[in-house]
Each structure stands twice: as C-alpha cells, then as structure tokens.
Ligand binder design. Structure first.
Ligand SMILES: Cc1ncc(COP(=O)(O)O)c(C=O)c1O
Length: 464
C-alpha cells in the first residue's frame, strides 16, 4: 500500500495533543462543527515540510514523488490553489528568459488570461475556421495547428502551444497528434487538463502526459477523491531537461502562491495517492465508465439528446436541451427542484460530472427526474431557443491583455460598448471561459453574444 507521509505526520500530531502556539487560530479545537477536521489543519511546524521547499526530502516531497510515480511524470508538484496556480506556474516556466508569446486555442479558462496579464504574455489565438460553435469547445485539428505554426518565421515562433482538453463539455482533442506537430517545431505543448486527472487511470490511458504533452495541470479536486483546491502540475518525462528541475518549479510556483498552503488539502492529495494507486479504484473507475455509457442510453431512450461522441471523456454527461424547447438553465433549475444538482448549464446544455463515488441511487433519481420532466415538457414545447449563430468570433485587438487589464477603466451598459476596448475579461462562471478578452474591441457580434448570456454591463478602457 502506498505510504501517506503527510497524513501520517498529521495523525501523529493530532494524537499527541500538543499545545498549539502556532497558526491557524482555531488551534485544532473548533469551530465545533468542524472539530473532526481542524486537528489536521496546521502550519509549517518542525518536520511538517514546506510546500515550496525546493529540497528533495520531507513529507510533502515524498508525497509528491508518490503522485509523480502514479502519473508517470518526471516531476509532479502539488497546488492547494487549484489548476489556477499550476497554469500561472507553467506559463512562467515556459516563457522565463524566452519570447513571451504563446499560441493558444481560444476556449481557455479565465485563469490563463489572468496569468497572461500578470506575466505579460502576448497570445496568438487559434480560432476554428468560422466561429466557436459553443463557448466551451474548440475543435483543433492537427492540420489546423500545423497551418498556424508554419505561418511563423522561425525566430518568431511562440514559446509554447496551449490547449484545453477535456473541455467543459467533455470534448477531447487529439493530444497525441498535436504534440507530434509541436515536436516538429520544437515547441512545448502545455495542456489545461483541469477536468482530466482521472484519465490516467482508465484502461486506455488518455491522460495528456501519456499522449505527449510536455506539461499539464490537473485539478485533482474535480474528478478524484480530493478536497477542493487540490491540484497537480506535472512535468512530463519527455519535456526538455531545463523544465525538470524541482527547485525551479518550486521557485516559479511560490511567485504566485499563498505562503499558507492548506495542510488539509495537502493531506487529501496525499491520501488520494493511496486510493488511486489501488487496483480497486481502477476497477471502480472502469465500471463507472461502463455504467455511464448505459446511463446515456437510458437517457436517450427517454427522448433526451446527450453528447455521445467517442471524442468525449467518459464521465461527463451533457444533456442537450434544444429539442426539448427549454433552455439549459431552465432544465437545471427543474432538476434542482427534484434534488438533482449539476455542474453547469448554459443556453443549450446541462453538464453533469460523474465519478466512481456516484451510485445507483443517484442514477435512479436522475432518471426519474428526467422522465417526469420529459412528460411535462412534451405538452409545453415552445420555440424559444434562437440566435444559434451568435458565438465567439475573432475580433479586433487593440491592446495586449496586460495593457488593457491594467488600464484606467470604467463600467458601461452593453449598448454603449460598441467600438470600446475590453478592460476586464467578460465571462460567466462556470465555465469561466472569457467571451471577450482584455484588449479586444467590442463589435456587434460580441454585444449580441453578451446579451444572449444576460450580460448587460462591461468594463472598458477609459477614453483619454
Ligand atoms: C478548463 C479549466 N481550467 C482551469 C480551471 C481552474 O481550475 P481550479 O478551479 O482547479 O483552479 C477550471 C475550473 O473550473 C477549468 O474548468
């Protein structure tokens, strides 16, 4: 069984019943409702290690090495501040001392935009031919990437290619093919794999590290049994050696991170290693994937559309609502009234995230609710979903992300935004994918798009 050095240390500390003259202020005693967990919540006392310590010994370093062996990485470091911190760190590592330009597929999470503003990264955006057919998804083919990279002069190539896969709807890109193109141009491939930590444990390993990514972030908390905030930054075995230095990675992480990382989260990452290293977890995971396939078929038999393509990850269930004549948000609140709480909904879809911890009771409750909703909507189908053609399109950009975000700005009603430059990125969360990015100019399509998402005021750069 895999060792759990952080948990073991904290358990021993809890049993010792010491006088705690250190942070946190609860001293392991309360609030009473949390008294099961507060004894495990400490600070960097003697022998508790320090998350940003670059030395190779200590309980955190041992636990990170366990994670690294599970993901078959050259180096894995923990984040207690989600993939958000890991994204900043990857981008810093990849651009330090280099051209601060990154080529990125447009459906990035807001964390990427904030990191670019902080590090002053110039982004060349990859867009699909027409427009994004959903705010969450961007299909990027091997030939799209080849075409984009071949258009650069050799000495102007970006320092990295950055993609998001799986996306919020579960779509997955061809990481193997895309990494092949990156290798040809000698450019690292960075993957936002926030939604895909579990892909490493499927029968066919679909984790980006296994498919050729050089670095990636995984939000352990999104799909693995880990507390919210727990995440990994992985450096792959085939990344260049210059990126594999533990001290450099730790240095880069601490630039952006709190100096008070949560030991509860570290402990949950540590215990998570023990669970996911167990064969029983892999069996449970593969069983649940089969169950979700069947669940999708059962839901389709009720008359619902679900995303069911082989390019999607197995544990996202996406209900498409267009043919129901209701929008996703309406379906979401109807489900909530029946005790079913989902991850996300937008105009045309509701997203449910499933893990091996879900059980038959959950699935039966969902099926029952959907059955009731279907029979209720059949009598009230209306044609309220329109404007299918309004999606994110390439727009004029007048300032860099950093310049725009740090500019003097003002908030204006959306109808007054035409021709103005976006200061703060505009997104709905989740999925936190910016509809407009700092530095871009508001055009009529963008304004229509924002209204469609009920956004009626925006932050723009002040005119002189
Ligand atoms: C695609 C994507 N990337 C990054 C993040 C940020 O992850 P975290 O919440 O772990 O910081 C999210 C969060 O939802 C996400 O959906």
């Amino acid at each position: 069984m895999m060792r759990t050095p952080i948990y073991d240390f904290l358990t021993e500390y809890k049993i010792k019943k010491t006088a705690r003259f250190h942070m946190p202020g609860h001293k392991g005693r309360g609030p009473i409702e949390l008294s099961d967990i507060t004894p495990y919540d400490i600070t960097e006392i003697t022998n508790a290690d320090f998350l940003f310590d670059s030395s190779d010994s200590g309980i955190i370093s041992e636990s990170e090495k366990n994670a690294s062996s599970l993901f078959n990485s050259a180096l894995t470091v923990y984040s207690t501040e989600g993939s958000t911190l890991a994204i900043k760190t990857m981008l810093f590592l990849i651009t330090k001392g280099k051209n601060r330009k990154v080529l990125a597929a447009r459906n990035v999470h807001k964390a990427f935009i904030n990191a670019c503003a902080l590090i002053d990264i110039d982004v060349d955006w990859l867009y699909p031919e027409q427009s994004l057919k959903s705010i969450c998804t961007m299909k990027l083919s091997v030939s799209d990437l080849e075409k984009a990279l071949s258009a650069y002069k050799k000495d102007e190539l970006p320092s990295a290619v950055y993609i998001t896969t799986p996306d919020y709807l579960g779509n997955m890109l061809d990481v193997k093919g895309l990494s092949g193109v990156c290798k040809k141009y000698d450019i690292p491939l960075l993957v936002d794999n926030a939604h895909g930590a579990y892909l490493n444990f499927l029968k066919d390993n679909l984790h980006p590290l296994n498919l050729g990514a050089d670095m990636c972030c995984d939000s352990a908390h999104k799909t693995l049994p880990c507390l919210t905030g727990g995440a990994y930054l992985h450096i792959s075995n085939h990344a260049k050696n210059e990126f594999k230095n533990r001290a450099d990675v730790k240095e880069a992480t601490q630039i952006f991170a709190t100096t008070s990382p949560s030991y509860l989260i570290l402990e949950s990452l540590d215990l998570c290693n023990r669970i996911i290293s167990d064969k029983e977890y892999k069996d449970k995971l593969n069983k649940i994937c089969i169950r979700v396939k069947k669940l999708k078929a059962e839901i389709m038999a009720l008359g619902f559309d679900v995303i069911n393509s082989p390019d999607t990850e197995p544990l996202k269930l996406v209900l498409l609502t267009k043919n129901l004549g209701i929008d996703g948000k309406e379906l979401l609140s109807t489900l909530e009234k029946r005790g079913i709480f989902c991850e996300y909904a937008d105009i045309s879809a509701v997203v449910l995230m499933i893990s091996p911890e879900n059980n038959e009771d959950d699935f039966n409750a969902l099926l029952l609710a959907l059955k009731e909703i279907k029979s209720a909507t059949e009598t009230t189908v209306t044609d309220r979903i329109g404007d299918e053609d309004i999606f994110i399109q390439r727009t004029e950009r007048k300032l860099s992300i950093r310049e725009a975000l740090f500019s003097k700005a003002e908030t204006v009603p959306i109808d007054k935004a035409l021709g103005r430059i976006c200061a703060l990125p505009v997104s709905i969360c989740p999925p936190c994918i910016p509809l407009v990015i700092s530095g871009e100019v508001f055009d009529q399509n963008t304004i229509n798009l924002l209204k469609r998402y009920s956004i009626f005021s925006v932050n723009v750069v002040q005119c002189d």
